[in-house]
Design a protein around this ligand. Structure first.
Ligand code: THU
Length: 160
């Protein structure tokens, strides 16, 4: 028997003011679009902005449905939009921010498992790590250097 330990690492900045300029700009792009998010059921708006290797930014927001499971997450939608708008151009980073209707979210919301899996697939498809930048409306910012840091032991095509 072997005991296997997995370690993960991320950076925590006290505020977005401490972020490198390009990361701060990407987060701002996500924040600008928060109000577009269609979230009448959860009233939890999520916005994601993807920075691509050609310097373009593609952003999207969550889009809910009265049939709840059909709802689409912001980062899932943004990564697919980016792949369609700029085929073959690797995403370098995704900034994700959130807003709730009844309270100020003062800490980063971590992406759901499905979205982590989509990030991993996108990395593998393009052969490039994706940095993940997270902030609530205010407060600390978390930066994961690559998908593996937020989803260790991911399922992938090699198992098929
Ligand atoms: N949501 C996202 O957009 N991304 C995530 O990673 C987690 C959850 C959305 C889905 C739903 O519209 C709302 O947030 C509440 O779960």
């Amino acid at each position: 028997m072997r005991k296997i330990e997995i370690k993960t690492t991320f950076l925590a900045y006290d505020t977005d003011q401490e972020l490198p300029e390009s990361e701060r700009r990407l987060l701002l792009e996500a924040k600008k679009r928060l109000n577009i998010a269609y979230a009448p059921y959860s009233k939890f708006q999520v916005s994601a902005a993807v920075l691509l290797a050609n310097d373009e930014i593609v952003a999207s927001t969550n889009y809910e449905n009265a049939s709840y499971p059909i709802s689409v997450c912001a980062e899932h939608s943004a990564l697919i939009a980016a792949a369609n708008r700029f085929p073959g151009v690797p995403p370098l980073a995704v900034a994700i921010t959130v807003k709730a209707h009844d309270k100020e979210v003062g800490q980063p919301a971590l992406p759901c498992g499905s979205c982590r899996q989509v990030i991993m697939e996108t990395q593998m498809k393009n052969g490039h790590p994706i940095k993940i930048i997270l902030q609530g409306e205010t407060g600390e910012v978390y930066v994961f250097e690559k998908g593996e840091e937020i989803l260790p032991l991911a399922f992938n095509g090699s198992f098929l």
